[in-house]
Design a protein around this ligand. Structure first.
Ligand code: PLP
Length: 403
């Protein structure tokens, strides 16, 4: 029956990391691959969800209090005026908010700029809408945006730029100059921006997180998407949102209603408890993740991996293979699972374009096969067992004995 599948369904192949996931399960490996916490959700959030269920908030529902809170928060943090009645759509996680934002704005043939390396799900949504993903490479080792390359990627068909900052998989937070350049280009080319800000509260070593929407001329042309998932340790609750100008937010809401009707009712109610967390909650979140970041960076450097870019946000580190390592990222991860019992994600999954001959000869190596993403949203016990397991197979020169 495969011939009955749509072209989009046929194009969505299982990723090679699924095989590595099975290997990791068979080897009972410690999971530093997936981007969700393995420690408990704060008990007051869980209690709020339980009590919402017991209070019979169990039917289709729109909880306006979420929009009211988000509007206040966006005013306070970014200085933007958002109308809570018209400019916000509550969705099932950032994932659905992003998909609905794409379906609301992208026509077949429209081009959408994405920065590479890239979080995997954007491409599928754009393709499902008939849009064309156009990749703009960020340059290693600091994943900098080459302005010239970025500007040359625009055509008359460019409809939107997707910006994920803090960035998965690198942990990069786009600089003020980069944000200015993106904003300026969007205004000049009359393009939309769709931002993915799920890691907005997980940043390190910086005074203030800046949303692209707060730059001059950007609020009207930006669709902010974000969610509770990462900030409140509730990736399974599936509560997210899109914030946009009223006509776009209304289109996103219509699409959301057609797709899923409403986000889970009891978790929307419980979201109110999470969202009004005091400032100390957010400070502790950043402090705890900073400690975990520093710890994993020490662990990985200690076993010979190279880290030229220490993450400034998110809970991922994109580490480079040891200089003389003959293995590809896929081979390295397979060996790491088999010999050390630790799972991570091969970096090649975040690259969608091949390097040109010129780029290959300039860098001397195919850097797209030389990175591994480690997730550090894990308990201290998990991180320290990963450290122990890797330390057990380190040779006298301080490298993992994988090859
Ligand atoms: C960059 C990024 N965006 C979105 C998501 C998914 O967010 P949600 O759980 O709100 O759908 C993830 C999850 O890993 C992510 O890394």
């Amino acid at each position: 029956m495969e011939e009955k599948l749509s072209k989009v369904a046929q194009s969505l192949k299982p990723s090679p990391i699924q095989e590595l996931s099975h290997l990791a399960q068979r080897c009972n490996a410690i999971n530093l691959a997936e981007g969700f916490p393995d420690f408990p959700t704060p008990s007051e959030f869980k209690q709020a969800a339980i009590s919402a269920i017991n209070s019979d908030f169990n039917q289709y529902r729109h909880v306006q209090g979420i929009c009211d809170h988000l509007a206040k928060d966006i005013k306070q943090r970014h200085g933007l005026h958002v109308n809570p009645l018209t400019d916000i759509a509550i969705c099932c996680g950032q994932s659905e908010a992003f998909a609905a934002a794409v379906f609301a704005t992208i026509n077949p043939g429209d081009e959408v700029l994405l920065f590479e390396p890239v979080y995997e799900t954007y491409e599928a949504c754009i393709t499902m809408a008939g849009g064309i993903p156009v990749y703009v490479k960020l340059d290693p080792p600091h994943w900098t945006l080459d302005l010239d390359r970025f500007l040359k990627s625009f055509t008359v068909r460019t409809k939107a730029v997707v910006l994920n900052s803090p960035h998965n998989p690198t942990g990069k937070v786009f600089t003020a100059d980069e944000l200015d350049a993106i904003a300026e280009a969007c205004c000049k080319m009359d393009c939309l921006a769709i931002t993915d800000e799920v890691y907005e509260h997980i940043t390190y070593d910086m005074d203030k997180y800046v949303s692209l929407a707060s730059l001059p001329g950007m609020q009207q042309r930006t669709i902010i998407t974000s969610s509770l998932s990462k900030t409140f340790c509730v990736t399974g609750w599936r509560i997210g949102w899109a914030v946009a100008s009223a006509p776009i937010a209304s289109a996103i809401r219509n699409i959301h209603v057609k797709l899923t009707d409403s986000a889970p009712a009891p978790f929307q109610e419980a979201a109110l408890t999470a969202l009004i967390s005091p400032p100390e909650y957010f400070e502790t979140l950043r402090k705890d993740y900073k400690e975990k970041r520093d710890y994993i960076v020490r662990i990985l450097l200690g076993v010979g991996l190279q880290i030229h870019f220490v993450p400034q946000g998110s809970f991922f580190v994109f580490a480079e293979l040891p200089e003389n390592c003959p293995l590809s990222d896929m081979e390295f991860v397979a060996e790491l699972i088999k010999k050390a019992g630790v799972a991570a994600v091969p970096g090649c999954t975040f690259f969608r374009t091949k390097l040109s001959h010129k780029e290959l000869s300039q860098s001397g190596q195919d850097y797209q096969k030389r990175y591994i993403r480690f997730a550090f949203c894990k308990s201290s016990a998990t991180l320290s067992s990963a450290e122990q397991k890797m330390a057990d197979i380190v040779d006298s020169e301080g490298y993992l004995q994988l090859y």
